[in-house]
Write a new protein. Structure first.
Length: 228
């Protein structure tokens, strides 16, 4: 559950934002001590901070600077004072985004989710599916088993992807063939059997035995060593 720290002088709006984000399964905390915002933020250890620009004692730009000395948590400003100088200053102090008031709560949620994905490094991650020591690379359609890279044909990739999207579950042969039909290629039952056999041999060649199990009369399963 992602933690959101809300720093806003308007208690009504802060509570409205808090309740909305909690409906999205986020944990929220509203700032209470505007003389010690940085201390309160660090104590809560949030995944993201929503910061108003105009606050009692010190403004949001000051607290952004103070928080940045101790935390890398993304900071998103929410303010009606959205002139270019405020936006530029906020960004230079380490803010990650700036949302102008009035704002839509759904847009705010989408912005928060986008910032969290970006700052958590999600954009830099490889697009893969993993099961045990086997990893399927969705970008180049290869599979790695025991750190050995194995090239797959188009159909082999689609079959293995379908199975690895459902680890530990039997996937019906019909479902797999439907996946291949979507590729505008006719695949009969025998073709599926031949392709699964080839995938097995390739993965076994890397030292991973019984990665694809067979449930007779139903389909195939990955993630268990037992063959039914």
């Amino acid at each position: 559950m992602k933690k959101v720290f809300i720093v806003k002088d308007d208690g009504v709006i802060a509570m409205m934002v808090s309740k909305h984000l909690e409906s999205w399964k986020m944990e929220t905390k509203i700032a209470e001590d505007f003389d010690n915002v940085a201390k309160e933020a660090l104590s809560f250890d949030p995944d993201i901070i929503l910061m108003d620009l105009k606050l009692p004692s010190y403004n949001g730009l000051y607290w952004c600077s103070e928080i940045r000395k101790e935390s890398k948590a993304p900071i998103v400003f929410i303010s009606s004072a959205d002139d270019n100088m405020n936006i530029i200053t906020a960004m230079n102090l380490g803010a990650d985004d700036f949302i102008s008031k009035p704002f839509d709560l759904q847009v705010l949620t989408a912005k928060i989710q986008a910032v969290l994905r970006r700052t958590s490094g999600g954009e830099m991650q490889k697009h893969t599916l993993s099961c045990g020591s086997v990893e399927l690379n969705l970008d180049d359609t290869s599979v790695t088993a025991n750190d050995q890279r194995i090239d797959l044909t188009k159909n082999e990739f689609l079959i293995l992807k379908t199975l690895m999207e459902n680890p530990g579950k039997v996937v019906a042969r019909e479902k797999i063939m439907e996946r291949l039909w979507g590729n505008e290629e006719f695949v009969d039952d025998n073709t599926l059997t031949v392709n699964v056999t080839r995938i097995r041999k390739k993965i076994e060649g890397a030292g991973v035995k019984d990665f694809i199990g067979t449930k007779r009369g139903l389909g195939y399963i990955v993630g268990e060593k037992e063959i039914f």
